[in-house]
Write a protein that binds this ligand. Sequence first.
Ligand code: BG6
Length: 485
Amino acid sequence: MQMNPVDPHLFVIFGATGDLTKRKLIPSIFRVLTEDGALAAHNLLGVSRTDLSDQEFRDLTNAALHDAGHDGALVEEWCKDRVFYEPTPKSSTDFADLKARIEKIEADLGLPGNRVFYLALPPGAFPSVIEQLGDAGLAEGPGWTRLVVEKPFGHDLGTAHELNQHVHDHFDEHQVYRIDHYLGKETVQNLLAFRFANLLFESAWNRDRVEAIEITVAESLGTEGRAGYYDRSGVLRDMVQNHITQLLSLVAMEAPNEFEADAIRSEKVDVLKAISPIAASDVVYGQYEAGVVGDHAVPGYRDDPEVAADSKTPTYMAMRLEIANWRWEGVPVFVRTGKRLPHKTTQIAVTFRRPPVCIFHGVKDDCATHQNVVIITLQPNEGFELRFDVKAPGSPLQLVSQGLHFDYAEAFQSLPDAYQTLILDVMEGDQTLFVRSDEVETSWALYTPLLEADIEVLPYAAGTWGPDGVAEKLGLPGDWVMRPV
Ligand code: BG6
């Protein structure tokens, strides 16, 4: 990865003993350090309620790096010299001790006072930590100060708005980095390059040429030990309001005037604002029952001890929506996502209209041309496919659909982890891949009426593509378009 040198800073993680810190944040920070090469620029302070010494946290950091495949002299040196820990007092709400510790580390290491505060915490803890940072005078420091907030950002429009106000009571929007890890995926970012660096596609990317857009985000896993959280959230909050809405806005937005954070984010907000209210009748919810995924028999959602036996939390959602603007008026967008589907894949399919007049009368299957489709696979096997008709050799004349393929793995070997990309952007002060306050509220405004609506939750067997009859119910022109995984 090519990068500019990172400013020396202290990276403060709240929730330092949690799973996210261990699995994603520590390895990502270390990989950025490795690319950057400047050990002294990367300093980590773990903060959490657990009573640990510096040495115990260094051991945890070392183990996290080992699990992520990093060992050796640089790991040892970084952990010994650049990793620290400060427990937050259990009863006090005062961050004076934390502030003193930060200042001492900075003085000892000769740091200029640049700080990242990363909230890898349960959402209920966001407001109090933000407030305590503000009250302790930590929202502004001698250098730059950045606040990173993990998802979920709010639970609905009201709570997201409240949280935004709370953040803005203490921090300026230019300091705030709301994470959606989908935006860190290379292939998601590549949607911008694909659309705005290639005139060929962009000139056909509109209601004159496109018949429908489909977005599929399928997961084969279930709730994986997170059922307690999931049962309070459900698929709309967990996947649709954030990740899928990001994909949708990147696919449908207008071209920004420049490749710059606010220009891009403003276009994303604009297209979200153009989405017509989604009727409850254009939504299908499902919840998985026991079934077979791959070769494994798996239990149903409600079989999890953390889930109530009568839970109505949806684990699958499909919907149809319309974007009422000049580019997209009349083009339906179909979205589906769910847990315990046959396999993991994220794909966007853009299906183009048929030629206005068919001249192939008399061919086999009279005039049965296939439609052009662009399928963008975001994971796994990242790549593109363009389907088009060719004449099969011989006679009688017959048209068959063929594909042009591009595969990331063939062209570029490995792709960086989403968190590594996002953490580097935080360190470099680039907000392009982070969700702006108006963006998060516009998205919640779209879905909050659905959260309040009474929508039936249909059963589906684990290992199937969701409840029966979804395509017909939503008025999909045919079956869902998928590139085989
Ligand atoms: C998370 C959701 O944000 O995204 C999980 O909370 C989901 O439920 C995950 O499994 C999917 O992310 P990815 O990167 O594996 O597609």
